[in-house]
Design a protein around this ligand. Structure first.
Ligand SMILES: Cc1cc2nc3c(=O)[nH]c(=O)nc-3n(C[C@H](O)[C@H](O)[C@H](O)COP(=O)(O)OP(=O)(O)OC[C@H]3O[C@@H](n4cnc5c(N)ncnc54)[C@H](O)[C@@H]3O)c2cc1C
Length: 653
């Protein structure tokens, strides 16, 4: 087989090695625009387990690479003048130049034809091969040439970053967060040789402008950045530049990676944000999968390329998703700057769903134990409950743990009811419980004196007069059985649901106030107002009419005892609204983003509601309940400990 590989980065070189290694008769040529020893950047880092596949694929290059590794296990977080160390994270670093040199040597010895200093300007001269591989990086000419077939989606992360080096080895992987008069500077630093480290520096676009970096030369930018981090570098130590320009990270994904004899791989096909350190790993694993598929489907190139794509696309998508979450975390990290150092470090470690409380405990039991002690009150005790089982005080009410369920008798710290209608017209369906139907509870707790119960008062608005939920969502009752509907304006919730009339706010406030009084008279100690999911009050919020929900809230707060907590269920779409609710005396926000409009599409996935709760909690400074595919106590521990929520609704399995 004749193979032309365009680009001698990790992807192209490693594929060439594997193809030659599987069959020496293959004619493999790699064309690279740069000289063999020219490279951008400094060192790359691999996380634990990244290289297992390399060991199996080509033992010789695996040994050469791992022998050149700088490896370390702890990770330092330098934040607000403090240092938190977390152990058990196995990382290895290697100079990119060294990695490429090792791969070039191995390829050369196997008989790969390496052509350096030749720019590929058109694919045409290379199409005479059985296979043409675009391993030409993020700005791939191959991808651009076949854009109509690969259908790339390109984007840019809003933050700026630049890749620097340092003239010494940081002792371990180190995150540095430095507040300056221009804004926050963050550095992700890792050693890759005895006297060298990589420093990837991230700043916001505003910081970049404030500091004047948009107008500085490369040398001036290096000097300014070094001055920012001089304390962390230590006296006399320097940062190094090598085409260290401030750019935005490019997001790349493609609907397809192959067409006829042409296939793309590595950064040409997909990028993953460097903050999870996986770009090189993905490039090398692509090479392994492609070489394996070609070996299996010897005479059927199309089958091989299809298999390659089917095997790799889902893996890449998962990592890309994790890297997006990680990139967004670093872009909004200032949100957490009121956190104490242990929680800040905990949040950083668990920023993507890949690491949970249990994983972190396995990595560094001492850190987690000390963290749990701090979380439970920080009084130096040796034994502390895990975060999910730490009590939570809301005004005078103390919840025994952080788990919220919808049924009593199951061991939750809090039980929240379904929407309880303030009036018969406010029901969702004939089965909706009315405030007048509620049973008294002298202790405010569920049957048997167990959990605290929070009554969720609401009015279904245009989503009322539906058939019971068990028959389907938003299916109107037969006309004869419907009751009159009201909403913020005379607009139906969905094209097939009845048109409501415009609501008169004044009597509604009276109805909510009367219902709140009734809830208290019955003995309940927690009350929530449902402003979510397109129901009546949310229909005002959807029209940006905050006045009425606020008046209603204030009126209810006035009659609800000052020593008892008041909650609101609402979406995270308007943080301004949440801040106003908080100012009006709301203690707890249950963040519910779904169903606001009939055609809203929620991105479901593991713990999907945690990010929205995180925004509300940490942008508005209010306690929250996270909701959305939280199914294990381990996940509750992680979300609560990281300060993404104070309570979690656990999905029944
Ligand atoms: C700041 C930063 C930090 C990173 N840190 C890490 C990390 O710690 N760990 C990690 O795993 N990954 C990291 N990465 C990602 C990593 O660098 C890439 O994902 C990886 O290099 C992709 O390999 P590749 O072979 O697909 O592409 P590249 O390494 O980009 O190689 C493409 C090659 O093609 C050549 N080429 C391009 N166009 C042409 C042309 N027209 N003609 C001839 N030759 C051409 C280029 O010169 C280049 O040599 C980081 C990336 C950045 C930006």
């Amino acid at each position: 087989m004749k193979v032309n590989i365009l680009g001698a980065g990790p992807a192209g070189l490693y594929l060439a090695i594997l193809l030659k290694q599987s069959d020496r008769r293959h004619q493999v040529q790699v064309v690279e625009r740069n000289a063999p020893d020219a490279t951008f950047g400094f060192g790359v880092v691999f996380s634990e387990g990244s290289l297992d596949e390399l060991e199996r694929a080509d033992y010789e290059s695996y040994i050469a690479i791992t022998e050149s590794f700088a490896s370390w296990n702890p990770l330092d977080v330098r934040y607000r003048g403090t240092l938190t160390r977390i152990r058990g994270n196995v990382f290895s670093g290697i100079a990119r130049e060294e990695l490429l040199r090792l791969l070039q040597d191995r390829a050369d010895r196997l008989g790969v034809e390496l052509v350096f200093e030749r720019e590929v300007r058109s694919l045409d001269p290379y199409l005479d091969a059985d296979l043409v591989v675009g391993a030409d990086g993020a700005n791939s000419l191959t991808r651009r040439t076949y854009a109509d077939r690969f259908r790339p989606e390109l984007g840019q992360h809003p933050a700026k970053y630049a890749w620097f080096g340092a003239d010494f080895a940081f002792p371990v992987f180190t995150y540095i967060f430095k507040e300056t008069r221009w804004g926050l500077f963050q550095a992700h630093c890792y050693p890759y040789a005895v006297d060298r480290s990589t420093m990837v520096v991230l700043i916001s676009e505003a910081t970049w402008r404030n500091a004047g970096l948009d107008e500085m030369s490369e040398q001036e930018s290096l000097e300014l950045t070094q001055a920012v981090f001089q304390d962390d570098l230590g006296e006399g130590r320097r940062m190094l530049g090598n085409r260290s320009l401030w750019i935005n990270f490019p997001w790349i994904s493609c609907a397809s990676w192959h067409s006829g004899p042409v296939v793309i791989m590595g950064d040409a096909a997909h990028t993953a944000h460097f903050s999870i350190g996986s770009g090189t790993k993905l490039a090398l694993e692509d090479a392994i999968a492609l070489a394996r598929a070609l070996a299996r489907w010897k005479d059927d190139r199309e089958a091989a390329l299809t298999e390659f794509e089917m095997e790799r696309q889902p893996v890449v998508e998962r990592l890309q998703e994790a890297s997006r979450v990680s990139a967004d975390y670093f872009a909004s990290v200032q949100r957490y700057f009121r956190f104490q150092p242990p929680q800040f470090a905990y949040q950083l470690m668990t920023r993507t769903p890949r690491i949970t409380h249990n994983n972190l405990t396995a990595r560094d039991p001492q850190f987690v134990r000390e963290f749990e002690t701090w979380f439970a009150g920080g009084d130096g005790r040796l034994v502390a409950p895990p975060p999910a089982f730490t009590p939570l005080q809301l005004r005078e009410v103390v919840l025994a743990n952080r788990i919220v369920l919808t049924r009593t008798g199951q061991g939750a710290g809090l039980v929240v009811t379904s929407l309880v209608g303030v009036t018969p017209e406010g029901r969702i369906d004939p089965e909706t419980v009315l405030v007048s139907d509620l049973a008294p509870s002298p202790t405010g707790r569920g049957r048997g004196g167990g959990e605290e119960v929070m009554i969720s008062l609401g009015h279904a608005g245009a989503r009322g007069a539906m058939r019971p939920r068990s028959l389907g969502l938003d299916l109107p009752l037969p006309e004869a059985e419907r009751w009159p509907l009201v909403s913020a304006s005379a607009r139906a919730y969905a094209p097939w649901t009845p048109v409501p009339s415009e609501a008169d706010p004044a009597p509604l406030i009276d109805q909510f106030v009367a219902a709140a009084r009734r809830v208290r008279e019955l003995g309940y100690r927690l009350l929530e107002l449902d402003f979510s999911r397109g129901y009546l009050i949310d229909s005002f919020l959807l029209e940006d009419r905050l006045d009425f929900p606020l008046q209603l809230l204030e009126a209810v707060r006035d009659v609800w005892p000052a020593d008892l907590p008041l909650g609101v269920a609402c979406s995270s779409d308007s943080l301004e609204a949440v801040r106003a609710f908080k100012a009006a005396g709301v203690d707890l926000v249950r963040v519910l983003n779904g169903q606001r409009t009939w055609d809203a599409r929620t991105e479901y996935g593991r713990m999907y509601g945690a990010a929205a709760s995180d925004r509300v909690r940490n942008e508005c400074g209010v306690q929250t309940i996270a909701f959305g595919q939280i199914t294990t106590v381990d996940e509750v521990n992680t979300i609560v400990a990281a300060g993404r929520a104070d309570l979690c609704m656990l999905d029944p399995l």
